[in-house]
Design a protein around this ligand. Structure first.
Ligand code: TYD
Ligand code: MG
Length: 457
């Protein structure tokens, strides 16, 4: 008879406690503890367990005595994915792809599975039937290749299959539907998700097969989130985007084999996900005449500079308290910039409604777009259009000073590449910058006033 024991787990971070707690002491979230049954049981047959390695005690090795060879990575046809993985798929790695339901995780992985032509890929789905997957595959432009589909939710059955099938890449869609007989609680619970991931991890390390697992993130925390697994896996990719817009961003949040500052951009079309190789062109709307309230800023996402359109609308507030609303830009930062414009620039924005929008549905955290935000607001307030050939790349401080930003050179070259004629940057960014390399006119400024005089007067 198995010894049963119950423990309380935080659904958000996986923290364990012997009794129920209202607030998780580890992550600070409220109402996330649930009770789960944990069975201490002997491993059953068919389960993936380490064999020889557990018997022999490991000896410490001097670091110079360790042989290291650069592992050969598998390049997928998807260059955006290769980039976020740090240059292709590493053998024996466990990659978690997290995202909200419906964002396109299954589509992305199926597309990759179909694109890897000369490899045996096993796509295990616990969510959709074989027919549904086939229907999806037919929508995609990639020709059907050596890709195998299996619908299964028991990890023991999956391991029994892979033992003789020997796939070169294993895809698990999704970890929340998987179930291991070693743990009693239901699929999607913290202990179940953790146990299944541990099993896939062992399988990946011992067989050298890369494993991709899909993890759903739900806002209400009804499923154990991928956060619980982040420390266990090698790489965490998050798939983000607004379900109502077509752009999707694949971001590296953890990578044992590369940098975490990488980013891939896709567009969801009727025929699957399309890679967006030159994002700036789509983030800047095409227009013939210059409109007031529009400024082009520069942001760096990962290692990629992007030019992005900031739209502002400033109008007299007719109903009591003026409204401030921003999409894609931090609302607190907008308040701060408005206060700076009021105090240092003398613009009377206190009685105005201000709406701010970052085009393309992106969320921008890079402070280098501050100057573009200020320019767009003042342009709308004064109703004077900014020439469409001007761009901005600087942070704005509380004193109305224009501050230096990182990677200014790549920002300038991106602006030049897209045909901008002039770019406003901070005077403090000029030091050490070889301006003779650029054809674009560089306008160094130190105060907000200089910018407005330069472009709006
Ligand atoms: P899906 O991959 O099922 O999302 P997830 O696995 O993250 O839950 O993506 C589903 C959405 O994508 C669905 O709303 C339909 C849309 N979609 C397209 O717009 N075009 C396509 O070619 C495909 C396959 C899906
Ligand atoms: Mg799915």
């Amino acid at each position: 008879m198995a010894k049963t024991k119950t423990t309380f787990f935080c659904q958000n971070c996986g923290n364990q406690a012997p009794k129920w707690l209202g607030r998780c002491p580890a992550c600070g979230e409220w109402n996330t503890f649930v009770e789960e049954v944990v069975t201490k049981d002997e491993p059953v047959a068919g389960n993936w367990r380490p064999t020889a390695t557990t018997k022999t005690a490991a000896k410490p090795k001097a670091i110079h005595a360790i042989n290291y060879e650069e592992q050969e990575r598998t390049l997928t046809p998807d260059s955006e994915l290769n980039r976020v993985l740090g240059g292709g798929i590493v053998p024996g790695s466990l990659v978690l792809i997290g995202g909200e339901p419906g964002i396109g995780k299954s589509t992305l992985l199926l597309q990759i599975a179909l694109g890897l032509n000369d490899m045996r890929v096993l796509y295990v789905s616990g969510e959709e039937s074989e027919q549904q997957i086939k229907m999806r595959a037919e929508r995609l432009p990639t020709p059907i290749s050596d890709c195998y589909i299996m619908t299964e939710t028991s990890t023991q059955n999956i391991f029994r299959t892979v033992e003789h099938f020997e796939p070169e890449i294993l895809i698990i869609d999704s970890i929340q539907t998987m179930h291991s007989s070693l743990v009693e609680s239901g699929a999607g619970s913290v202990s179940q998700v953790r146990e299944c991931t541990t099993e896939f991890m062992k399988y990946a390390k011992e067989s050298g097969t890369p494993v991709f697992i899909v993890g759903h993130i739900t806002k209400d925390g009804s499923l154990a989130g991928p956060k619980v697994l982040e420390h266990m896996v090698d790489t965490v990719l998050t798939f983000e985007g607004d379900r109502h817009t077509t752009y999707r961003i694949l971001r590296t949040t953890k990578n044992r084999f590369g940098s975490t500052s990488e980013l891939g951009i896709y567009e969801m079309q009727g025929t699957g996900l399309r890679q967006v190789t030159n994002p700036s062109e789509i983030l800047i709307s095409q227009r013939d005449e210059a409109l007031s309230g529009i400024a082009i800023g520069s942001m760096v996402e990962g290692n990629r500079p992007l030019m992005i359109e900031i739209q502002a609308l400033v109008s007299v507030a007719n109903y009591g308290t003026p409204q401030r609303s921003s999409t894609g830009f931090d609302a607190k930062r907008l308040q701060m910039l408005l206060a700076v414009l009021e105090k240092r620039g003398g613009f009377r924005l206190g009685q105005q409604d201000v709406f701010l929008n970052v085009a393309g549905g992106l969320k921008v955290e890079d402070p280098a777009i501050d100057l573009a935000v200020c320019a767009a607001i003042v342009s709308s307030y004064e109703d004077i259009a900014i020439p469409s050939s001007s761009a901005f790349a600087a942070e704005v401080g509380l004193g109305g000073e224009v501050r230096a930003v990182h990677r200014v050179e790549s920002r300038i070259s991106e602006a030049e590449k897209l045909g901008f004629k002039e770019i406003f940057i901070s005077k403090y960014n000029i030091k050490g910058l070889d301006t003779s390399n650029f054809k674009i006119k560089i306008r160094p400024v130190s105060k907000l006033d200089e910018v407005f005089q330069g472009v709006l007067m």
